[in-house]
Write a protein that binds this ligand. Structure first.
Ligand code: KIV
Length: 287
């Protein structure tokens, strides 16, 4: 029998202390959450990547707290064993500390057991306030997609000495502010390794190399549902888009060829009712 994951259990999960790497995957609805839970992942991130892989936007800036709460609630209804982390969307933690706390609470009321937000040391006041309301916070530094315009695109971060040292210092600030885990996205593996060594909370990498305390990928990327250009760090473990196209094509061919539905897939009247209806122009079961 599987046991539910908690934020304190995740916090204690450092590979250097002998733990297995953590596994996190995104999910945005009940079926994907059930699949992730049955696969035994440790954490489900209801990521704002929903904007791109489900809702068809070009970036993650288009989703609101209400959108994220809607998807978080769908994931929570699947009652997964994995810890549910709700992603705070752009502008939900940038305006004021009270706004941030209220928005984090909205995701918890929708079913999240922790929230994630992007950014380094400048987010510390927001993080401390959310942690103070007893909501576990996951940090996220490096290539932070909500900063797409400020970064000039989805670009690998921390490539020179100064930028790398700033990421290490951001990671320490987030650890001290009370984050229970830290996502490292799109940074060179040596920088991720330095950060993982420098802090006491687990790092969960995406495009950050093998030295993190865990790895996260987007559900639609892992399963090949999103089959457009994939970033270098994605490994596809299934090709569900091709399976879906093949299945739907076969359905369309059967409908057009009169092979669907079959008799087995059809409801029938009793002979008695069919005969009675024949008097009003219906067909009998023999016709
Ligand atoms: O929204 C998301 O999917 C994320 C992961 C890439 C970490 O933030």
């Amino acid at each position: 029998m599987s046991t539910a994951m908690s934020a304190p259990a995740v916090r204690a999960h450092k590979v250097r202390d002998g733990a297995d790497p953590l596994v996190m995957v995104t999910a945005y609805d009940a079926p994907s959450a059930r699949a992730a839970s049955e696969a035994g992942v440790d954490l489900i991130l209801v990521g704002d990547s929903v904007a791109m892989v489900v809702l068809g936007y070009d970036d993650t800036l288009q989703v609101s707290v209400e959108d994220m709460a809607h998807h978080t609630a769908a994931v929570a209804r699947a009652r997964p064993d994995a810890l549910i982390v709700g992603d705070l969307p752009w502008m939900s933690y940038h305006v004021s500390v009270p706004d941030t706390v209220r928005n984090a609470a909205s995701l918890v009321q929708a079913g999240a057991q922790a929230v994630k937000l992007e950014g380094g040391a400048k987010r510390v006041p927001m993080i401390e306030a959310v942690v103070d309301t007893e909501i576990p916070v996951m940090g996220h530094i490096g290539l932070t997609p909500q900063s797409v315009h400020a970064m000039g695109g989805f670009r690998v971060q921390g490539k020179d000495t100064e930028a790398a040292m700033e990421l290490v210092s951001d990671a320490k600030a987030l650890d001290h502010a009370g984050c229970f885990a830290l996502v490292l996205e799109g940074i060179p593996e040596r920088v991720a390794q330095m950060i993982t060594t420098a802090i006491d909370i687990p790092t969960i990498g995406i495009g950050a190399g093998v030295h993190c305390d865990g790895q996260v990928l987007v559900y639609h990327d892992v399963l090949g549902i999103e089959d457009r250009l994939a970033p270098k760090f994605v490994r596809r473990y299934a090709d569900l888009k091709s399976a879906a196209v093949a299945g739907l094509s076969a359905f369309a061919a059967d409908v057009r060829g009169g092979r669907f539905p079959s008799d087995d897939e059809t409801y029938h009247l009793s002979d008695e009712v069919a005969e009675a209806l024949a008097a009003y122009g219906g067909a009998t079961n023999r016709e």
